[in-house]
Every structure is written in structure tokens, then in C-alpha cells.
Design a protein. Structure first.
Length: 188
């Protein structure tokens, strides 16, 4: 059976727990090796819950969190954008996560495209950027297919600011779109 196409809506404070659980699951699946097992196997949900309760507890004028929900309002993905985050690189896609069972079904494309539309509608600048861990080659391929290009490499900051929660010195790539309206446009 083909999964139904998700419905998008703005996140509310009472969504923090669901978003935290998906965020933690995504980190455990895709950041293993960069983040220490002791951190990932610990209470990552509590760590992410604190972040999402704070983010969703107020309605910031500078950011937006969108949820993708399937049948029965099941959370299948989310995106969080910070508008006009950087003078040079523009708005920041700070998080984009899709449940494991809905990867490669268009949910990520839908979320990133809608986030870019929000940037085009509400941000002062047109540019959009995000950071992706160097080891997450599947995500890099997705962002490149969506028209992003990598412009620099930087060290990954330790989760929670705790250096022991990193393995070695993982790196991340900054992916950019000069104009959010170009997100998803065919790559030449």
C-alpha cells in the first residue's frame, strides 16, 4: 500500500514531544560515528525535548517549524527554519528530519520546498543555507538534487556543548541556495 501524501501544518507547543522523538531517532540513525554512542544511547529524547519545548513554547517572528503528518496525524517529518539567520548566507534550515519509513517518498522534498516558500514570503533576504554532517552522504545527495551546493566545511559542534559527546573531529558542510525560489529546480 502506498503511504498517503502528508499534510503540512505549523507546529504548536503541544507537538514538542513528537518532534523530539523523531529528532532523537534521526540522530541515532544518521549521526552514529560522529556523536558518541554514550550520548546517542542515552536520553537523547530528553535533550531534544528541552530544545523543542523552548522553540515551540513561543512563537518567534524569526522562525517557523512545519510538520508533515500522514494518516491519523502520524508525524512523518518536520522542518525548522530560522529566517535571516546570517547576513551572508540568509535563512537557515536548522532541522529537516523524516521518519525512516517515509524516506524517499517525497516528504523531505515537500518540507524543504515549503520551507523555501516561507523564506521567499517572509525573509528579508532570498538566500537559504543549511549544515549537513560530512558522513551523511545520502542527505548531501538529496540537497544537491534539490539544487544546493556546498561552499565550506566546518567542525561539528558537540551536542550540548559537551566535547566528550563527539567521536574524533567530525565535520559538516554548508549547503546553500542563492535564492530560496530555486530550491527543487532542476539541476543543470
Amino acid at each position: 500500500m502506498t503511504p498517503c501524501f502528508p499534510t503540512l501544518r505549523a507546529a504548536r507547543p503541544d507537538d514538542a514531544e513528537r518532534v523530539a522523538r523523531l529528532h532523537a531517532d534521526s540522530w541515532r540513525r544518521h549521526y552514529r560515528g560522529a556523536y558518541a554512542d554514550a550520548f546517542l544511547d542515552g536520553d537523547v529524547v530528553a535533550d531534544r525535548r528541552e530544545v523543542w519545548e523552548r522553540r515551540l513554547g513561543t512563537v518567534p517572528a524569526h522562525g517557523v517549524t512545519l510538520l508533515a503528518e500522514g494518516e491519523g496525524r502520524d508525524l512523518v517529518g518536520f522542518v525548522h527554519v530560522v529566517l535571516d539567520d546570517d547576513a551572508r548566507w540568509g535563512s537557515l534550515v536548522d532541522n529537516l528530519h523524516v521518519t525512516q519509513g517515509r524516506r524517499r517518498t517525497g516528504v523531505g522534498r515537500t518540507l524543504l520546498t515549503r520551507a523555501a516558500e516561507v523564506v521567499a514570503e517572509r525573509a528579508a533576504g532570498a538566500a537559504l543555507h543549511l549544515w549537513v554532517q560530512e558522513q551523511n552522504t545520502a542527505a548531501q545527495g538529496f540537497y544537491r538534487a534539490m539544487g544546493g551546493r556546498d561552499v565550506e566545511v566546518a567542525p561539528v559542534a558537540p551536542p550540548g556543548g559537551v566535547p566528550e559527546w563527539l567521536n574524533g573531529a567530525p565535520r559538516k558542510l554548508r549547503m546553500v541556495w542563492d535564492d530560496a525560489k530555486s530550491v527543487g529546480a532542476p539541476v543543470s
